[in-house]
Design a protein around this ligand. Structure first.
Ligand code: GDP
Length: 529
């Protein structure tokens, strides 16, 4: 038991989230470097293909290769066992980010100091805030000209609605970047000539009143720093671990991942302030990660990672106990006892088969098509389900059908599988034909991915016709108010989801209110329950 506790308590599982190009990959590489997982930074993923433009998303196989090797990384550091979860850096995949965050115990938000919270990724960062897990901010690229530090913090607070607490404070930026002031230690760590890619940078620590510091950073910078520290001590939120743990206060750090400055300082504070795997809510109550034997839930399904085998991998977050590959487990939603086959874990840049893993770890298992996102796996005899992963309400809809009606079978199969992965949501007209399906997505880019995957993986070309709907509501009490009895508006459409649940689509938001008004007994919900 004590071994189990030790193993679990040393785990730190977190997701890194950023706007593309803010420096997530570079920061991850530096973390790995400190963990000794790689000798020289630069081997995490093939950068050239990791871009975010539509054209690159189309290169799905390559993209898959990247996200497989980098989707979960595990490495040891100072007695901790670190699991890093990668998230897509494009707002259209914010639902994926949300799911990944369900598997993480905290999040690191990387922000480009010259840009702040970028409009395009606001949604992605907001998703992070919604999860109420600790959020740590790393303001990167201080070696480039940065925006005013107070403005950057203000930006995070107003855009994301989360209070910030700078743990350190930068001295200058760009060519004048001299280091950071550590507010806890009350000293300055200066920056000079850190060599790219190695951890032997020259960081020197000076007390704030050390004359050597003044000569290093200059009289003006020293005065400005002292002024800012005073302002900061008086005006900013005090550090409060409880608020950090609840995701209400984000500790902020400054640095430069590329030149490796401030990364180790950040990592050390982060590991101290974030949490080991904690108890999780299930339908039978709160389950302790140490006392409860092995249990996990599926947070991501990825299909066809290897075209030759058409395989599908279900990624599971272990929530409690120890996973042993040779033991049978119980799949709650499938109501079946089974052995998880080919359990794998990613260590730095390689995948390998694991025979054991602990709460906090992520394993990827071969999925013959039985798992759905949110499913629970536990020990036989322990029947319970973890809280489901909510699906986002789609905001874009299209009618989709195969060009060639002879390919109906592949079409249905492809659509169903892609929907099971959670990449799209599919709907039908009540009593409609299967040849025409209504697809709902959260981000437009998902339509392109759907088209590409149907063509490339299922050999089906499709015709897609945009639909004007933007608002979706599930009918919560169809027994009481049958859909066909609803007094609608001219822009309302009745459809059903994969599970046969009735729902309504609307073009205008005011129509939702109008329909509620006209049908007082009707109960509408934005999410399927
Ligand atoms: P990602 O898209 O968030 O994974 O970003 P990358 O880590 O790939 O970084 C994007 C670009 O910014 C690359 O060219 C990096 O070399 C560069 N970069 C990352 N961190 C820094 C930094 O601290 N300073 C500077 N000047 N460039 C950086």
């Amino acid at each position: 038991m004590s071994d189990l506790r030790t193993e679990i308590e040393k785990r730190r599982t977190f997701a890194i989230i950023s706007h593309p190009d803010a420096g997530k990959t570079t920061l991850t590489e530096k973390f790995l470097l400190y963990g000794g997982a790689i000798n020289l930074a630069g081997s995490v993923k093939g950068k050239a293909t990791a871009r975010h433009a539509v054209s690159d998303w189309m290169d799905i196989e390559k993209q898959r290769g990247i996200s497989v090797t980098s989707s979960v990384l595990q490495f040891p550091y100072k007695g901790f066992c670190i699991n890093i979860l990668d998230t897509p850096g494009h707002q259209d995949f914010s639902e994926d980010t949300y799911r990944t965050l369900m598997a993480a115990d905290s999040a690191v938000m990387v922000i480009d100091a010259s840009k702040g919270v970028e409009a395009q990724t606001r949604k992605l960062f907001k998703v992070c805030v919604m999860r109420h897990i600790p959020i740590f901010t790393f303001i990167n690229k201080m070696d480039r000209d940065a925006r005013d530090t107070f403005d950057l913090l203000d930006d995070i607070e107003t855009e994301l609605g989360i209070a910030t607490c700078p743990i350190n404070w930068p001295i200058g930026s760009g060519k004048n970047f001299k280091g950071v002031y550590d507010r806890r230690g009350r000293h300055v760590v200066t920056y000079s000539g850190t060599e790219k890619g190695t951890k032997e940078g020259t960081e020197t620590i000076y007390e704030i009143d050390d004359p050597k510091l003044t000569s290093f950073i200059g009289q003006d910078a020293q005065e400005k720093l002292e002024e800012e520290i005073e302002l900061l001590d008086g005006a900013s939120a005090a550090f409060d671990q409880e608020k950090v743990s609840k995701g209400e206060l984000s500790p902020v750090f400054f640095g430069s991942a590329l030149t490796n400055f401030g990364v180790e300082i950040f990592l050390n504070y982060f590991l101290e302030m974030t949490m080991p795997p904690l108890a999780r809510e299930a339908d039978c109550g709160t389950l302790d990660p140490v006392k409860e034997p092995f249990s996990a839930f599926v947070f991501k399904i990825q299909a066809n990672m290897n075209k030759m085998h058409r395989d599908r991998i279900a990624f599971m977050r272990i929530c409690s106990g120890k996973f042993e590959a040779d033991k049978e487990v119980y799949h709650v939603q499938g109501k079946r006892t089974l052995r998880l086959s080919q359990p794998q874990q990613m260590m730095a840049s390689s995948r390998h088969v694991v025979s054991e893993a602990y709460a906090g770890d992520i394993i990827g298992v071969f999925d013959p098509g039985i798992f759905s996102i949110g499913d629970t796996v536990c020990m036989p005899g322990h029947k319970f389900a973890y809280e489901g992963i909510p699906t986002f309400a789609p905001e874009h809809f299209a009618r989709v059908r195969p060009m060639d009606t002879m390919k109906r079978k592949q079409f249905v199969k492809g659509m169903t599988q892609i929907a099971q992965e959670g990449a799209i949501q599919i709907f039908e007209e009540p009593n409609g034909s299967l040849e025409e399906t209504i697809v709902g997505v959260v981000g437009m880019l998902q339509f392109d991915v759907l088209k590409y995957r149907l063509e490339n993986e299922y050999n089906v070309e499709i015709r897609m016709e945009d639909l004007p709907y933007e608002y979706i509501r599930w009918i919560e009490n169809p027994e009481e108010v049958p859909p066909e009895k609803i007094t609608g508006t001219s822009d309302m459409k009745r459809i059903v989801d994969l599970k046969g649940r009735p729902l309504l689509l609307f073009v205008n938001s005011w129509s939702v209110g109008m329909v509620e008004e006209r049908n007082p007994k009707l109960r509408l919900a934005e999410f399927a329950r």
